[in-house]
Design a protein around this ligand. Structure first.
Ligand code: AKG
Length: 282
């Protein structure tokens, strides 16, 4: 198996994240960019239309929407559910190899998103949070976030900023904030706290690189101050040995992408809904 080196696994354990360069080739990158554009221009089944989410500054903030509708997008939620091209993103071999080094050989993929950061909206911030707050299953250590930019990313266009070592902190209470996209909650006492902002590292990455991170790691993204796209594929991977701690959420879907299932543990949802899960609707 072509997984992570021992040094990279150690870095992940110590810092809570690791970067694997070049997990998808240039032609595939272009294919996903193109397909996301087609979807965001309306090539989506009627039932799944609410999975296209525009940035709150265009929806409610009164900003004049750009002529090109793709430039007002925030995210496409679980596009794998209705689109075979996007469904390929659950199974990039290099990503699964790396994840196997971290969470073992039986792997479920869930919550895939195509996330934009609209150009020229500097206050479109995704505040500091820990993804683990959304995931009612354990152990948390056996769950990993995956973030793959399809454009060059830096602080200027709203890359992900992570706080090294913060995966050792407990999961904090999180709450919604005014002016932030619906569903993008903020960890209490972190956003706006100088200490965390000073410690945060902006991930400078190239198209097709992959950031793997612990779901307790504090992370945020700032606005895009450029006139360029910032497009990202994200998904989450959990060991198929994880157990549910709460109600099963059909929106997660859980796809077995490597290895096998285990009795009493998380299971794929049969025929996951095409329409958006109610609690995420607004
Ligand atoms: O890509 C971004 O802007 C932030 C993504 C993120 O942190 C998330 O979806 O949890």
């Amino acid at each position: 198996m072509a997984g992570l080196s021992a040094a990279k696994v150690e870095q992940y354990r110590e810092q809570g994240f690791v970067v694997v360069p070049g997990v998808i080739a240039e032609d595939a990158i272009e294919r996903y960019r193109r397909r996301a554009r087609e979807i965001s221009l309306g090539d989506v089944p009627e039932e799944a239309k609410k999975r296209l989410v525009r940035d709150v500054h265009y929806v409610r903030g009164g900003a004049q929407p750009p002529e090109d509708p793709e430039l007002s997008m925030w995210k496409i939620l679980n596009p794998d559910r209705f689109d075979p091209v996007m469904a390929e993103c659950l199974r990039f071999p290099c990503v699964l190899d790396a994840a196997e080094s971290l969470i073992g050989e039986d792997i479920l993929a869930f919550l895939m998103m195509f996330i934009y950061k609209p150009p020229g909206v500097p206050n479109s911030v995704h505040p500091f949070h820990q993804d683990a707050v959304f995931f009612p299953f354990e152990p948390q250590e056996s769950c990993v976030g995956v973030w793959i930019p399809l454009d060059e990313v830096s602080e200027e266009n709203g890359t992900l900023c992570v706080v090294p070592g913060s995966h050792r902190l407990d999961v904090r209470p999180h709450a919604a904030r005014e002016g932030v996209n619906f569903g993008a909650v903020a960890a209490d006492g972190v956003e706006g706290n100088e200490k965390f902002h000073n410690d945060a590292v902006p991930m400078e990455m190239s198209p097709g690189d992959c950031l793997l991170f612990n779901t307790r790691l504090l992370h945020r993204s700032g606005g895009n101050r450029t006139n360029r796209h910032r497009r990202v594929i994200t998904l989450h991977l959990a060991s198929a040995r994880c157990r549910s701690k709460g109600p099963s959420i059909s929106e997660f879907g859980f796809n077995l992408v490597r290895g096998r299932l285990h009795e009493g543990c998380l299971q794929p949802v049969e025929a996951p809904p095409l329409a958006l899960y109610n609690a995420l609707e607004k």
